[in-house]
Design a protein around this ligand. Structure first.
Ligand code: FBP
Length: 345
């Protein structure tokens, strides 16, 4: 199936000829020489549909509360965090393709089919932007699929994941006005929207190309008193009134990285969560937030950086390690890196 046969789904063709996520996955995974990836990502998409339903109804089902415990990085766990985590674990287990899972909501590695021929590890953030849940605004899920080097062994899984495995696929789900599913197997990025009527993710944004530069930025300016000079200089630059240079940029910060990145992939711009005095190593987690989104941003022609190096080259040291993060339009992220380097110099 070539690109031209993948058509956007208009109403009449929404049933038989539409490009469903599964049809698209089968073709892309075959091209990638990794057919099982199609079934694995399809299971992640099924879990996302279940989480979307729970998120939509949370205010009615009373699932807006906390469960009184904190996750591995100290965030208070919400009911939906724990429920969504279990939904993803069940679906990944059902695929039979996953040796082990790392999740923002789990302290250690959750072993699944590590003794068998399961080839993949999955790292995930079941509910990103969970502080938005109680106010009913955008949330997301993020996933990264890592290929094993030693299938069949349950020994040393954490070290194998950190030191040997390779990131094969990444993506996110956006629970917003529409439920969107955006993924990459490393070469291109495609976006799908959930048709609630038939319960299928249908192709809505084929081959997403992130514009080289944008007109919006996402950063928590409430932390500006904690920033290093290079970050301050960069934000001042974006706020400069210089229409000829496409400035100032517009500030768009939703509290959910997924919602900000979705806008940036489609319209250009930059998302930043720098290191600061309260987060000396940044806030976003490398294995299940920064790296999968870095793979996706780069596959869309964008850039993903810690501010000083490619996110995909940041050494993996721990399951829940955090990293400073800047991702989005290639030129905007390069400008950010230049401001940090000049300030450091
Ligand atoms: P969670 O995965 O714990 O939600 O943290 C990630 C995140 O919520 C991002 O989605 C968002 O951009 C950022 O943290 C918001 O952090 P802050 O409230 O410190 O600006």
């Amino acid at each position: 199936m070539n690109d031209s046969s993948f058509k956007r789904a208009d109403r009449a063709e929404r049933s038989s000829q539409a490009t469903t996520l599964y049809r698209h996955l089968v073709a892309r995974a075959a091209e990638r020489g990794a057919p099982p990836l199609a079934a694995l990502v399809a299971e992640i998409a099924y879990a996302a549909k279940l989480v979307a339903r729970e998120a939509r109804q949370a205010a009615l089902t009373g699932r807006l509360g906390t469960v009184g415990s904190a996750n591995a990085t100290g965030d208070t766990q919400k009911e939906l965090d724990v429920l969504a985590n279990q939904i993803f674990l069940d679906c990944l287990d059902a695929s039979g393709l996953v040796a082990a899972v790392v999740s923002e909501e789990l302290e250690g590695v959750e072993l699944q089919h590590c003794r068998g021929d399961a080839e993949y590890f999955v790292c995930l953030d079941p509910v990103d932007g969970s502080s938005n849940l109680k106010v009913g605004t955008s949330l997301g899920s993020i996933f990264g699929v890592y290929r094993r080097t030693r299938p069949g062994s349950c020994e040393g899984v954490e070290q194998e994941l950190l030191n040997e495995s390779s990131l094969m696929a990444g993506g996110y789900v956006l629970y917003g006005a529409a439920t969107a599913f955006v993924y990459t197997l490393g070469e291109r990025v495609d976006g799908f929207v959930l048709d609630q009527e038939i319960g299928e993710f249908l192709l809505s944004h084929p081959d997403i190309r992130c514009p080289q530069s944008g007109s919006g930025y996402s950063i928590n300016t409430g932390n500006s008193h904690l920033w290093e000079p290079g970050v301050l200089d960069f934000v001042r630059h974006l706020d400069t009134v210089a229409p000829a240079a496409g400035l100032p940029y517009t500030l768009r910060y939703s509290g959910a990285l997924m919602a900000d990145l979705h806008r940036i992939l489609l319209e250009g711009g930059i998302y930043c969560y720098p290191a600061d005095k309260d987060h000396p190593d940044g806030k976003l987690r490398l294995l299940y937030e920064a790296a999968p989104l870095g793979l996706l941003a780069e596959a869309a022609g964008g850039r993903a950086s810690s501010g000083r190096e490619r996110i995909l080259e940041v050494p993996r040291r721990a399951l829940h390690q955090t990293t400073p993060l800047a991702l989005g339009s290639a030129e905007d992220v390069a400008t950010y890196e230049r401001f940090l380097a000049e300030a450091a110099a």
